[in-house]
Design a protein around this ligand. Structure first.
Ligand SMILES: Nc1ncnc2c1ncn2[C@@H]1O[C@H](COP(=O)(O)OP(=O)(O)OP(=O)(O)O)[C@@H](O)[C@H]1O
Ligand SMILES: [Mg+2]
Length: 473
């Protein structure tokens, strides 16, 4: 990189965007103003000289008509005063035929015009100490005619135009500077607000801040908004998600610490009891050891479930095309061995046999297991559990007591357990986890009671073109 480019890059890095935009806008407007003024100057000058040249041509024609055949020498020498007729002289091609005296300067090109080897031309000369314009044209018979007029008024006009255009140009540059600063300030105001909000969030680590949007701005970015508004809306959406995620994580941690306290206290009590085993009878010791093992198993299960629920930030495992029918068969087979007293029946529709959806098999299996465990756990022994799979949904229906209407809105909450379920093992995380897995697969999990008795958990599958699973899978 050349030194100049390096310098430019460093300047761009160091200067705030506002200054750079102001300088760029001002330079562009100033350049346009200067170009327009310069062009105007040339046009004015050309026009003024053009008028003078026309007068010279007319004078030359008149003199040619009136003084045809005149010998070389001065024809008219009146042009020392403004608006006087033009000075005129005849010049031969050969200096040998020269007159005694000439009024206007005779140069080699003038001889060439006289000889007919050069086209007529105009020149600026100084006459009697004044600027003048001279036309040298052919006069016939190896002679040239030179006519001149004072150009004071034209020179004055050009000077005035120069002065006026310089003032206009300078005003244009000043206006450009003001305009550049206004454009950058007003144009970058939303960006400044965005930066301030981002800096405030970084400093306070509080994701509740939002960027102020212009009144009437929509909640989601649309193509009719300008880029900065769209960026601000997107940034706010991102902050919404961040806040939700942070709140969800905090709630999970506080729920978890609250829920872990009771089993851990029980564990400690039993551990302390066993530490004084010499004072216990054999029966008491066996009971305490059994309770300790059971509680340890429960706490382990609880901790594992919590880890699964907090999987959001895990690296995304491979998503593959999953044949749900096979997963259902597999999960039901496992449930049959675990819940020997329950009769599981599976109805899979023909189309569903070959139907696939994008997903993570292990996670979907976990979802199925949680539903089947609940159905078996909350049903009386020997009651049937029916699993129905179509290409659009999967339902698990049991014939237990069902879910009471007061509990129905909460069964998917973490750690929520109906009073009736407290006697049974579990921590209230199964359905929360199942819904999280469903949502990650763009599916929907709902619970309802099915008359005459029992609950049905329904997983509504995503349509075939619903895209890949979300990152938390
Ligand atoms: N099939 C069902 N029949 C009746 N009640 C149910 C059924 N499924 C869930 N519930 C109710 O919803 C609550 C939450 O279920 P969830 O699966 O989340 O927890 P759990 O089964 O109690 O514990 P875990 O699944 O963590 O072992 C249960 O405690 C129970 O009250
Ligand atoms: Mg459960």
């Amino acid at each position: 990189m050349s030194a100049r480019r390096r310098l430019g890059a460093r300047w761009r890095r160091r200067r705030p965007l506002r200054t750079r935009l102001a300088v760029a806008t001002a330079s562009a407007v100033a350049a346009v103003a200067l170009i327009v003024c310069t062009a105007a100057f040339f046009v004015v000058r050309y026009e003024l000289y053009h008028q003078l040249d026309l007068s010279l041509t007319q004078s030359a024609t008149r003199v040619t008509q009136q003084s045809r055949g005149e010998a070389p020498g001065v024809l008219a020498g009146e042009c020392r005063f403004l608006s006087a007729p033009a000075c005129a002289q005849v010049v031969p091609a050969d200096p040998a035929g020269d007159a005694d005296r000439y009024l206007l300067p005779v140069s080699r090109p003038a001889r060439e015009v006289a000889a007919g080897t050069r086209a007529p031309y105009y020149t600026n000369i100084t006459l009697f100490g004044h600027p003048a314009r001279m036309l040298t044209t052919t006069f016939g018979d190896g002679r040239a005619l030179q006519v001149a007029l004072l150009a004071d008024s034209v020179e004055k006009g050009v000077r005035q135009a120069t002065w006026l255009l310089t003032v206009v140009g300078a005003a244009g540059v000043l206006l450009a500077a003001g305009l550049g600063s206004w454009v950058s300030r007003s144009g970058l105001a939303p960006v400044a607000r965005l930066t301030a909000t981002a800096e405030r969030i970084a400093a306070t680590r509080d994701a509740r801040h939002r960027i102020e949007l212009p009144p009437g701005a929509p909640a989601s970015p649309s193509h009719r908004d300008d880029e900065v508004t769209r960026l601000a809306i997107t940034f706010n959406t991102m902050l919404d998600e961040l806040e939700q995620s942070v709140t969800a994580q905090r709630r999970l941690v506080s729920d978890a610490s609250h829920e872990l306290r009771t089993p851990l206290t029980a564990l400690r009590t039993n551990a302390e009891l066993l530490a004084r085993a010499d004072r216990l009878t054999d029966a008491q010791r066996d009971r305490a050891a059994g309770a300790l093992t059971r509680q340890l198993r429960e706490v382990t299960g609880l901790v594992n479930d919590l880890i699964e629920l907090a999987r959001d930030e895990e690296p995304q495992p491979l998503v593959e095309e999953v044949r749900l029918a096979e997963l259902v068969d597999h999960a039901v087979a496992a449930a049959r061995t675990h819940w020997a007293g329950t009769v599981f029946t599976v109805h899979t529709d023909d189309a569903a046999r070959t139907h696939t959806l994008p997903g993570v098999p292990a996670r979907l299996s976990r979802l199925l297991t949680n539903l089947l465990d609940n159905a078996a756990k909350f049903s009386p022994p020997g009651a049937p559990v029916e699993i129905t799979l179509t290409t659009t949904d999967l339902s698990v229906r049991d014939h237990g007591p069902g879910i009471s209407p007061e509990d129905l809105p909460y069964v998917f909450d973490r750690f929520y357990r109906a009073d009736a379920a407290r006697a049974l093992p579990g921590s209230g995380l199964g359905l929360a986890m199942a819904r999280q897995i469903a949502r990650a697969h763009q599916a929907d999990l709902t619970a309802e009671n099915t008359p005459p008795t029992g609950a049905t958990l329904r997983l509504t599958l995503p349509p075939a073109d619903a895209g890949a699973t979300r990152s938390l899978v």
